[in-house]
Structure formats: structure tokens, C-alpha cells
Design a protein around this ligand. Structure first.
Ligand SMILES: Nc1ncnc2c1ncn2[C@@H]1O[C@H](COP(=O)(O)OP(=O)(O)OP(=O)(O)O)[C@@H](O)[C@H]1O
Ligand SMILES: [Mg+2]
Length: 143
């Protein structure tokens, strides 16, 4: 089964390395303009997943959670824009302030944690991922 079908069925990840591997596998299939939303509770593994994407594109800089600065942009073999909307006010002007469309160029991947905190996303979302953690059990799926 390919990674997209596996993700649609849902993948259990036991370790951080498993989560990295799922992200690297998905990264290899992404279109040149990929918009990923990552839903899931605190600690579900969303940022861990984005670290796996960074590995796929040879990004050397350490990926850290952009909770306070809203987003970070990393350059590797593709641009990775990592956004955490957790602290955003639900105001539509936010997108104008970010000016993301002036900062990212294909091939890129915009990965958004906490998309539910945004009033809208001004790009077509290509992949909606759901991550869950229940006790030690962790799970990733594609909606
Ligand atoms: N299989 C796994 N996949 C991902 N993370 C795991 C796994 N097992 C344990 N962990 C741990 O769970 C934590 C996940 O943290 P991470 O920052 O990725 O969560 P998050 O979903 O981004 O949370 P937040 O909403 O606070 O940003 C890390 O401490 C990581 O080491
Ligand atoms: Mg996070």
C-alpha cells in the first residue's frame, strides 16, 4: 500500500522515529504547492511530524515550535513554512500581516498546526492530517 492509502486507513506510530518516517514518506509524494493542516491535541505529535518533513528536504536548521512567532520558514530542497495558529486571534487580517504569499515559492510546503484557530485559509488545503495520542498510543490519519 502506498503512503496515502496507509494514511487514509490510519497509521499507529509507536516512537518519534515512526512519526518522522511517516512524514518523510508523505513528503516524497507532495505536490509543489502543498498545504497541510495538522489537527490534534497538545502533544499529539504535530511538531514532531513537521520535523520529519524537514528531514525529507534536507533542512539543517532545527525545527522548533513557532507558537510565539506564528510561523518559521526553512529552506532545504523545498521551502517549509511551519505555522502554529494556536495563539492567533480569529481575525481575517492575520493573513495580510503574515504576507506568506510573498515569502514562499514553489516547491513549498505550508504545514499548519491548529488550523481550527484560523477564520479561513486562503489557499486550497491539499492534505488534512489528524494526529491523536491516547496514553502511549499514537495515531496519524489523512481525512
Ligand atoms: N509516536 C510518537 N510520535 C510523536 N511524538 C511522540 C511519539 N511518542 C512520544 N512522542 C512525544 O510526544 C511529544 C509530541 O510533541 P509535539 O510537540 O510534536 O506535539 P504537538 O502536537 O506539536 O503539540 P502542540 O499542540 O503543543 O504544539 C514529544 O515530546 C514526543 O517526544
Ligand atoms: Mg506543536
Amino acid at each position: 500500500m502506498n503512503i496515502l492509502d496507509k494514511l487514509k486507513a490510519g497509521i499507529a506510530t509507536e516512537t518519534v522515529e515512526d512519526t518522522y518516517q511517516v512524514a518523510r514518506d508523505l513528503a516524497a509524494t507532495l505536490p509543489e504547492e502543498a498545504i497541510l493542516t495538522l489537527e490534534g491535541d497538545l502533544g499529539a505529535g504535530k511538531t514532531t511530524f513537521v520535523k520529519g518533513l524537514a528531514q525529507a528536504w534536507d533542512i539543517q536548521e532545527a525545527v522548533t515550535s513557532p507558537t510565539f512567532n506564528i510561523y518559521n520558514i526553512y529552506q532545504g530542497t523545498r521551502q517549509l513554512a511551519h505555522m502554529d495558529a494556536y495563539r492567533l486571534e480569529e481575525s481575517p487580517e492575520i493573513w495580510d500581516e503574515l504576507m506568506l504569499e510573498e515569502l514562499i515559492f514553489p516547491p513549498f510546503c505550508l504545514a499548519i498546526e491548529w488550523p481550527s484557530k484560523l477564520p479561513f485559509i486562503p489557499w486550497p488545503v491539499t492534505h488534512r492530517l489528524q494526529l491523536t495520542a491516547q496514553g502511549e498510543a499514537r495515531h496519524i490519519s489523512l481525512k
